[in-house]
Design a protein. Structure first.
Length: 281
C-alpha cells in the first residue's frame, strides 16, 4: 500500500494506475477508522480495481473549534487497518495541501442544508462540500463510497456533484453497528464504557419507531420516540426528524409513495452522535 501526502504524488500514482486498472474507487475519511470505514473499502474493492482512501481531518467542516481539537487522530493504526483491508493507496494531505489559500466558496444546497445537521451545525455542509470537491478533483476517481450513517451528507454530496458536473458515481453503503446496535462512528472512541451502553438506546428507539410506526399518526410517533429519548439515562436529544428520503423535507403524515427516514442527533455527555433508520412502507 502506498501512502502519499502531496497532490502531485497522488496524481502521478493515479496516472500510472489508470494504465492498468479500469476503475478507481475512492473512500474519503477523516481517519480514526473503524469497521464502518473498512466496509466502505470492502465495497470499493468489490466494485473497482484500484482503491484510494484519504485521511484528512477537515477544519472547515467543524463548526466548533473544540470538536475539531478533540477529533480522534490515530494515523498509525489507520494505516495498518487500511493496509490489511487491501487498500491500494492512501492520501494523507496536510491542511496546506488542501487549502493553499482560504476556500471562499459558498455553496447553496437550498432546503437540503436547512434541516437537521444543516440547521444545528451552521457551515458544516459548506465545509464538507469544499473538501469533498477538492478531494474529488485531486483523486479523479470513478466511484466514491460513503456511509449511510451520514445520510444528509450523502444527499448534499449528490447535489454538489450535480451542481459542479463532477463525473463520479456515488455509492451509499449500509450503516455498520456494534453488537449493541450503536452505529459505528469515530466519535465513539470518546465514549466511556458506560456511555457506550447508554448510547446503544439510540438504535433501540429507532428500531422501535420502525417496528411500530403504522400504529401511530406521525406526530404521535414522534412524541413517543421523543419521550423514550427524554427518559434515556445519559442521552440528551437534539432532534428526531422523520423526513422524505430524497428531499429531506420533514413529513407531517405518513406518505404513500416516498421512502421515509427517521434521523436523530443525540448528545451522550459531550459527544454528539447521529443515526438514522429507513422505514419500509
Ligand atoms: O464523512 C466524513 O468522514 C467526512 O465528512 C468526509 C466525507 C471525509 C469529508 O471530510
Amino acid at each position: 500500500m502506498l501512502v502519499v501526502t502531496a497532490i502531485a504524488d497522488l496524481q502521478s500514482v493515479i496516472k500510472n494506475a489508470r494504465l492498468t486498472h479500469q476503475k478507481i474507487g475512492f473512500v474519503p475519511t477523516m481517519g480514526a477508522l473503524h469497521q464502518g470505514h473498512l466496509s466502505l473499502i470492502k465495497q470499493a474493492k468489490a466494485q473497482t480495481s484500484f482503491v484510494v482512501a484519504s485521511i484528512f481531518v477537515n477544519p472547515t467542516q467543524f463548526n466548533e473549534a473544540e470538536d475539531f481539537k478533540l477529533y480522534p487522530r490515530t494515523l498509525d493504526v489507520d494505516l495498518k487497518m487500511l493496509d490489511e483491508s487491501g487498500c491500494d493507496l492512501v492520501f494523507t494531505p496536510t491542511v496546506e495541501d488542501i487549502y493553499p489559500s482560504k476556500d471562499l466558496r459558498k455553496f447553496d444546497f437550498g432546503l437540503l442544508e436547512q434541516v437537521m445537521e444543516g440547521l444545528h451545525r451552521p457551515g458544516h455542509f459548506n465545509g464538507v462540500a469544499q473538501v469533498v470537491s477538492k478531494l474529488f478533483d485531486a483523486v479523479q476517481a470513478d466511484v466514491a463510497f460513503f456511509g449511510q450513517k451520514d445520510f444528509q451528507q450523502f444527499a448534499i454530496i449528490k447535489a454538489m456533484v450535480k451542481q459542479l458536473n463532477i463525473p463520479i458515481h456515488l455509492v451509499a453503503c449500509p450503516i455498520v453497528r456494534e453488537p449493541s446496535g450503536l452505529a459505528m462512528s469515530s466519535r465513539n472512541q470518546r465514549l466511556s464504557k458506560l456511555q457506550k451502553e447508554q448510547a446503544s438506546a439510540i438504535y433501540k428507539h429507532l428500531t422501535w419507531a420502525k417496528t411500530n410506526f403504522k400504529q401511530y399518526s406521525l406526530s404521535e410517533l414522534k412524541n413517543e420516540v421523543e419521550k423514550c429519548f427524554f427518559s434515556s439515562e445519559g442521552l440528551e436529544l437534539e432532534y428526531f426528524e422523520i423526513v422524505d428520503e430524497n428531499t429531506l423535507i420533514e413529513l407531517n403524515s405518513w406518505p404513500v409513495d416516498v421512502k421515509i427516514v427517521a434521523c436523530v442527533a443525540v448528545f451522550c455527555g459531550k459527544v454528539r452522535l447521529i443515526d438514522n433508520i429507513v422505514f419500509n412502507l
